[in-house]
Design a protein around this ligand. Structure first.
Ligand code: ADP
Ligand code: MG
Length: 765
């Protein structure tokens, strides 16, 4: 028998073609990968089942003989279907069905004997097994050995695709387990003892080869812990390395820009804003680089907090960069920061304040001359603040003295990108990451586990409560009532947003009222507009051109035609309830001047109802807007809806959010109900995490196979404890042994994990 290690490629065990298939379909490259590939479930036959005593739903293992087999071509699908009738020694029968005869037809001939493992179902009045696992034996010796194995073990069922079935995979894993003489043990013995964990070799045995009375769960728990432990070790090392870096201390300057700004603030900072502000100025003044996550509700005033930190950095002679995930957001930040600064942003210009600075914008779609000016302003130090998209990360962008990097909406950025920005400082700059989506603890500990966190919990005073209702679009009365409510708010002098999932064609306008179906032309959907980040969270695309890349990256075309902005506009214009109401559209594909003009007109009250895409999701601040209708609300994610409705209730009038939906699926309906039930962003974030797959959660910041979690489920409370335990253990270990010299197996596991991450990044290009 070959002797293998966990690093051996699978080609040592299987043919090249099979190895390629395992790599492609399951991401399995090495023997170690195979060990981590855990069964989906276990069937527990334990004993041979008598063909006369079967019932539906039962997991069985039967020994039987193929009586006859027939294959036939299917009408609606390609390929052939195979029906096999099994018999036992007493003439009882059981049907076996394969929807693809391929690979089975040649083996399951009349007269062969074997084992069949599966769950009993029914077709008509006959019981059957569909796609069972099976194993044929040539002689009784072989048969007897197999009988013995099945009698004493649970049968692991792996999720498989293609040519390799679960049974073959099980044999493969068993061969691998028997061929590796020393299984790597990354968790030191004292930690295992303290946590009551199995050793890794025993855990793998239990997971892949459990005895009939054993519980695989203990083995799985150990693998979960391993995953958390290795991740946390990486984070602990990252934290340790960051602590060893030296930043330039940026001391506050009394009577400087920040002081001037504070003196001009039209409102009082909340206690939370003040507190976090102090933490930030303290960290800026230290020679340890700041590495902090700032989270808080939509509208909790994070931007003001970040801006104050930027001003403190400028006061100390440095510059600040603000990195935004989309062009629209970057432009909005640039606008609102310039506006907030007022004459303080007119540095060096006539009419500028004494301590003034300038705010530059740098994006990918900018004209050459504007871009050149911004690059120059950044390099010369003239711009105290440079706002931009990923364009900021490019090599030729230089700063005179970059002191602070603020990253908005971190989950779109990878560690590598953050590092690229940090390299632009003379010394590593301070880093502040803002996220508008509250982060559940599990995610905070894993994805952001190398940072300190601050949370803004209170909303600024003057915010009004928001009530949210789900409106069933199949009930005409309810829909009518929705538009009446909008009309009522307008009559009271308030304004409204109507948010649609897609832009649609301008021509839809001409279809007039009742054209609710929209036109078949454009398939652009919510995901195509720049700020639909809930949807493209998962695909983790990066690079430039967040907008304008409209038709390339969205999800598959939805089954139902979604309401476009223009269709909605036409239908509202024709609605008698809204007679005389001033309506206008806003979306990402309008040219920037039109967008700007429309926004301004809405802000000054010249437009009553803005029919828009999710462009209004972030940064739009019109306190007079009191109602929002989200059309096809089921097409939006939880955090996106939460983000959207934060646009109303910003003034003295209570906010109302109506979620219009038609024929939503079960999961979507639950999402909407949850959003309607609470305005607590933290609670919603937790719900969101439970309802979606982990891959999506880690997706955008950490995309690629190397970065998702295999065994942990971040939405599960019990896994939160595992992560917390592993974190405590890993941080303690790294404090003692930062380079893992005394822990070679752990060092190897860490290196493997980092390799995978690296590979994932390279794959993304
Ligand atoms: P976030 O970035 O957390 O969503 P912003 O910083 O954009 O929130 O603030 C939202 C709005 O609230 C802005 O118009 C801002 O000027 C205003 N704001 C921020 N802090 C306060 C405060 N302490 N009191 C009143 N309004 C505030
Ligand atoms: Mg903001």
């Amino acid at each position: 028998m070959v002797v293998l290690t966990e690093d051996s490629p699978l080609t040592k065990l299987v043919k090249k073609g099979e190895a390629e298939q395992l790599a492609r379909t399951k991401g399995l490259h090495t023997v170690g990968d195979l060990f981590e590939f855990v069964p989906r479930r276990y069937v527990r036959p334990g004993q041979l089942t008598d063909l006369s005593s079967l019932h539906v739903g039962e997991d069985v293992l039967v020994v039987a003989e193929v009586a006859h087999a027939t294959s036939r071509t299917m009408r609606n699908r390609r390929g052939k279907m195979l029906t096999v009738v099994l018999t036992d020694d007493h003439g009882h029968e059981l049907d076996v069905t394969f929807f693809s005869a391929y690979g089975h037809e040649s083996k399951l001939r009349a007269g062969v004997r074997g084992f069949f493992v599966g769950t009993i179902g029914a077709y008509g009045r006959r019981l059957q097994l569909t796609h069972p696992e099976y194993e044929l034996f040539d002689d009784d010796v072989q048969g007897q050995a197999a009988v013995e194995w099945y009698r004493t073990h649970r049968v692991p069922v792996y999720s498989t695709t293609g040519k390799i079935n679960s049974l073959q995979l099980r044999r493969l894993v068993h061969t691998a387990l028997d061929s590796v003489d020393r299984i790597r043990e990354p968790v030191p013995e004292p930690v295992r003892a303290a946590r009551g964990l199995l050793d890794r070799a025993a855990a793998l045995e239990l997971v892949h080869r459990p005895g009939v009375d054993e519980q695989p769960k203990r083995g799985l728990d150990r693998l979960k812990y391993d995953e958390a432990f290795v991740l946390q070790t990486i984070l602990a090392q990252r934290r340790k390395a960051a602590e060893a870096e030296l930043a330039t201390p940026r001391h506050p300057r009394p009577g400087g820009l920040l002081a001037d700004f504070d003196a001009r603030l039209p409102f009082e900072l909340t206690a939370g804003q003040r507190e976090i502000g102090q933490v930030l100025t303290g960290e800026l003044a230290s020679d340890r680089p700041m590495h902090r996550l700032l989270q808080g509700e939509v509208g909790s005033g994070k931007t003001v907090v970040a801006l104050r930190a930027m001003l403190a950095a400028i006061d100390a002679g440095g510059q600040a960069a603000l990195l935004a995930p989309t062009e629209v957001l970057a432009a909005q930040h640039h606008r609102s920061i310039t506006a907030m600064l007022g004459d303080l942003a007119l540095g060096g210009m006539l009419g500028g304040a004494e301590h003034g600075t300038t705010v530059a914008l740098l994006t990918g779609s900018q004209g050459a001359s504007a871009r050149k000016r911004s690059l120059l302003a950044a390099a010369s130090g003239e711009a105290g603040i440079v706002v931009g998209t990923h364009a900021l990360i490019q090599k030729h962008v230089q700063f005179a003295d970059l002191a602070l990097v603020v990253v908005d909406e971190q989950h779109r950025f990878g560690v590598e990108q953050r590092d690229a920005l940090r390299e632009k400082g003379i010394r590593p700059p301070h880093v502040l990451v803002m996220t508008a989506t509250p982060i559940p603890r599990t995610v905070a500990m894993t994805v952001f586990g190398d940072m300190e966190t601050s949370t803004l919990r209170e909303l600024p005073r003057g915010r009004s409560p928001i009530t949210t209702h789900v409106v069933d679009g199949d009930r005409p009365g309810w829909v009518d009532r929705t538009w009446q409510r909008v009309a009522e708010e307008v009559a009271k002098g308030h304004q409204a947003y109507v948010v649609c999932p897609r832009i649609g064609d301008v021509d839809d306008d001409a279809l007039g009222a009742g054209a609710a179906g929209g036109s078949p032309g454009s398939q652009s959907s919510a995901a195509d507009d720049e700020d639909a980040w809930d949807v493209d969270w998962a695909d983790g695309r990066d690079g430039e051109g967040d907008e304008g890349t409209a038709d390339d990256g969205g999800p598959e075309a939805p089954e139902r035609e979604l309401t476009g902005v223009y269709t909605m506009l036409a239908s509202l214009r024709a609605n008698p309830a809204l007679e005389g109401v001033r309506l206008e559209v806003l979306h990402g594909r309008l040219d920037p001047d039109t967008k700007e003009a429309t926004m301004r007109a809405f802000a000054t009250g010249e437009i009553d109802v803005l029919v828009a895409t999710t462009v209004i999701e972030v940064g739009v601040d019109v306190p007079n807007a009191s109602v929002m209708v989200v059309v096809d609300a089921d097409r939006f994610g939880i955090s996106q809806l939460h983000q959207l409705r934060g646009r109303v209730g910003r003034g003295s009038a209570p906010g109302l959010c109506l979620l219009l939906t038609q024929g939503a699926g079960e999961l979507a309906a639950e999402r909407l109900a949850r959003v309607a039930a609470t305005t607590d962003g933290f609670e919603l974030a937790q719900v969101d995490l439970m309802l979606r797959r982990e891959g999506d959660v880690l997706g955008a910041r950490q995309s690629g196979r190397g970065n998702s979690v295999r065994h942990l489920r971040l939405g599960r409370p019990e896994d939160e404890q595992v992560i917390a335990d592993a974190r405590e253990d890993a941080f303690a270990l790294v404090a003692q042994d930062p380079d893992l010299r005394q822990h070679p197996a752990l060092a190897a596991a860490v290196a493997m994990r980092l390799d995978e991450e690296q590979a994932a990044w390279l794959e993304r290009g």
